[in-house]
Design a binder for this molecule. Structure first.
Ligand SMILES: Nc1nc2c(ncn2[C@@H]2O[C@H](COP(=O)(O)OP(=O)(O)OP(=O)(O)O)[C@@H](O)[C@H]2O)c(=O)[nH]1
Ligand SMILES: [Mg+2]
Length: 294
């Protein structure tokens, strides 16, 4: 079974994404279940198939254990990890009924860069339930308008990718708002392709606050370039074409399009290496039909 693990810093648009993505995939004919794993998600815009708040609530934890919101959230994730059988028992009927799963996670970045609880939850689900998941890491595109924040976003994306060890897609969210933050120093491809970060140095030098950390930022940019793993897709959740393009990429990343075709390893490799649109309609349609018939 296939799905997406939706993560990213607070306010990057995860819950809105889950809502929009579930509607889009439903229109494609897929059966979609959204799983809320954020124990502080009090106003859910989507109909939730499983809600972690039925197991544990952040507000209760904060009162009972005298914890602040961040400590409380770490406690909730630990609790979920210890009680994973609860989550698995809720997911099993959905999986048996061929649902495509969207997991809406909390935004605390330390859960995906420092602690092992969220990672363990995901890897145990993958192992126990034989799930094929892609991590969709949303980063607010307004971070592109400030070179220092952009470097931080790149580092966070890289750290999260390495920490989670899942097939991973980084997404610049809220791209519809990007012009409202002023003119970008370079065109959008510079920020999505992440090819040559030396240009950022010039920009960073213009601000006396960041010029002071010139050597540090240069080294950090070198680390990002050496790994050569980070690039971004863009997303405007209101725009069907934008969501559609992202779905094509995700379907390739979590293997959804490969499941519907009978083919040799050569055919799979050809599809994997080809541009996104190539063979997409044939392969995804076969898999969509299979999911419905089953
Ligand atoms: N313009 C615009 N606004 C968006 C988009 N996606 C989300 N938003 C808005 O951004 C705000 C935060 O969105 P959420 O979906 O709650 O973000 P989140 O990542 O789930 O937030 P936390 O769960 O608190 O970490 C809301 O006001 C959304 O309406 C987008 O693509 N474009
Ligand atoms: Mg949310």
């Amino acid at each position: 079974m296939f799905g997406q693990v939706v993560i990213g810093p607070p306010g990057s648009g995860k819950t809105t994404y889950c809502n929009g993505m579930s509607q889009f995939l439903t229109l494609l004919g897929r059966k979609v279940a959204v799983v809320n794993l954020d124990p502080a998600n009090d106003r859910l815009p989507y109909e939730c198939a499983v809600n972690v708040e039925d197991l544990i609530k952040l507000s209760d934890v904060m009162i009972e254990h005298s914890l602040g919101p961040n400590g409380g959230l770490v406690y909730c994730m630990d609790y979920l990890e210890k009680n994973l059988d609860w989550l698995e028992s809720k997911l099993l009927p959905l999986i048996r009924d061929d649902h495509y799963l969207l997991f809406d996670f909390p935004g605390q970045v330390e859960l995906f860069s420092l602690h092992s609880n969220a990672k363990n939850v995901i890897s145990k689900l993958v192992r126990d339930l034989d799930l094929r998941l892609a991590a969709v890491h949303l980063v607010d595109s307004h971070l592109c308008s400030d070179p220092g924040k952009y470097v931080s976003a790149l580092l966070l994306s890289l750290t999260t990718m390495i920490h989670l060890e899942l097939p991973h897609i980084n997404v610049l969210s809220k791209i519809d708002l990007i012009e409202s933050y002023g003119k970008l120093a370079y065109n959008l491809e510079f920020y999505t392709d992440v090819q040559d970060l030396s240009y950022l140095q010039y920009q960073l030098d213009q601000d006396p606050r960041s010029a002071k950390y010139r050597k540090l930022t240069k080294e950090l940019c070198n680390v990002i370039e050496d790994f050569s793993l980070v690039n971004f897709s863009t997303l405007d959740i209101q725009d069907r074409e934008s969501v559609g393009n992202l779905v094509k990429l995700i379907d390739k990343t979590n293997g959804y399009i490969f499941a519907g075709i009978q083919g040799s390893i050569v055919e799979f490799s050809k599809i994997a290496a080809a541009p996104l649109d190539w063979e997409y309609n044939r392969t995804a349609a076969v898999q969509d039909k299979y999911m419905k018939d089953d």
